[in-house]
Design a protein around this ligand. Structure first.
Ligand SMILES: [Zn+2]
Length: 118
């Protein structure tokens, strides 16, 4: 949603869901600044992150851009470098890694969809 004359887009979106039982609100964006509405919501939350296991060592990682490597001028070679064992994980493993992944919170209780082992 765009910020408009109607006010804060988060509040507007929440109001529009009030008549739905069992509603779920998902806030997402590509944050450019740390002070945007979705960034503020995230800071107020238990700051969950989705982590995937390495198919080689089993270590869980929040996959970040810094973990992606590729040969110069060959984006088709992009792959994930495990920060635990340093193995280069091929793209074909991604679906399986995501299927075995889970969320981890850093703050208040976090129970959905499942927690990773400590
Ligand atoms: Zn690994």
């Amino acid at each position: 949603m765009e910020v408009g004359a109607e006010g804060d887009p988060i509040t507007l979106a929440e109001r529009r869901t009030m008549s739905f039982a069992g509603r779920k609100i998902i806030a997402g964006s590509t944050p450019v600044f740390d002070h945007g509405p979705v960034s503020r919501l995230y800071a107020q939350s238990d700051r969950r992150v989705f982590k995937v296991p390495c198919p080689d060592c089993g270590g869980f990682t929040e996959m970040m851009w810094q973990h992606i490597e590729w040969e110069a001028n060959r984006p088709e070679t992009a792959a994930f470098r495990c920060p635990h064992c340093r193995v280069l994980v091929d793209e074909r493993n991604k679906v399986g890694m995501v299927a075995k992944g889970g969320v981890e919170g850093h703050g208040a209780a976090c129970a959905w969809p499942r927690r990773l082992p400590p």
